[in-house]
Design a protein around this ligand. Sequence first.
Ligand SMILES: Cc1cc2nc3c(=O)[nH]c(=O)nc-3n(C[C@H](O)[C@H](O)[C@H](O)COP(=O)(O)OP(=O)(O)OC[C@H]3O[C@@H](n4cnc5c(N)ncnc54)[C@H](O)[C@@H]3O)c2cc1C
Length: 340
Amino acid sequence: MLIKKNFSLKKLNTFGINVYARYFVEVKNIEDIQKIFEIYPSIPKLFLGDGSNILFLKNYYPGLVMKMGIKGKKVIQENDYKVIVQAFAGENWNEFVKWTIKKGFIGLENLSFIPGTVGAAPIQNIGAYGAEVKDTLFKVQAYETEHQKIREFTREECKLQYRYSFFKHPHYRNKFLILSVFFLLRKKYKKLNTSYVEIQKELENMNIKEPTTHDLSKAIFNIRNRKLPNPKKIGNAGSFFMNPIVSILDFKKLKYRYPAIIGYDISHDKIKLSANSLIKNTEWKKKKIGDVGVYEKQPIILVNYGKASGMDIYYFSEKITKDIKKKFSIPFSREVNIIR
Ligand SMILES: Cc1cc2nc3c(=O)[nH]c(=O)nc-3n(C[C@H](O)[C@H](O)[C@H](O)COP(=O)(O)OP(=O)(O)OC[C@H]3O[C@@H](n4cnc5c(N)ncnc54)[C@H](O)[C@@H]3O)c2cc1C
């Protein structure tokens, strides 16, 4: 295990912010983690996956950045219908999804091509195209930093909700380092989730009537490729904001004033508003200030055209948030994790 000093994280965050960490280490096993907590018990620590959901505000992080590098994935238990798999936190999420598809396991295909690591997936309960990690997560194994022991969390204990989990609660943030995640997947007789209209259209274009998990994953690749900016070409962290959740009554009032605003039923009395449609209804649509901008095809995504600092992006996002709250009188918050 090599502990590096004054280490540039420019290539380790998808916004491409050139921030230096006082100390940096990639941990490859549990012994590495234990050793780090012995050598540096009180220095602030940042757990890092692939840096695809964070924004560094400053150009120096005064603590120790621990990049999760524990790898491996395996079948734990299976019968003819179901399988429990374990994936270690440093595995690339999409490579893991591909592995499950190749093995004929059903359940993660809609989450294909989401950037990041397996360990970060439960943190914000990643989701896309009608599916969430919540649907298949079985349990989480984590290292409790205060007591330096390994703990397991059942699916219920993880308290997974839209872009939220127990691990995001301000009181528990950074207290648990996720080591591995277990998923309960199906092998047979599971209807694939093609409820999203975009997926149906894409499958039609591909001339596929009875899709396999592989076809579904390919359709999702095509859609994502068309509408999301590639972080290797243009800095971004996916959706910068969350889609606000409001009551049906509030939605009706909004829709009356702004007919172009889109909302989706998520329960008998709640609607999830499309943040894209809200931003499109403001002067922020397609806006660019210096090297920060609203992504043209998806206004929920903020991009770094090259030289923007973390603060530039943050202030830009704060202005949008303030305007949305003022104009529509609704809650509006960030999805991306801010590292101060
Ligand atoms: C182009 C693009 C598209 C995206 N599309 C989607 C999408 O469709 N759906 C979606 O939900 N998200 C999406 N995202 C966001 C991102 O991919 C996910 O949030 C992903 O899970 C982040 O993984 P990461 O390893 O990069 O985490 P990081 O960005 O490295 O970390 C995110 C947070 O998790 C913490 N963390 C990371 N690993 C661990 C661990 N092992 N233990 C404890 N804490 C940890 C970090 O401290 C930080 O607070 C997208 C991002 C991009 C750039």
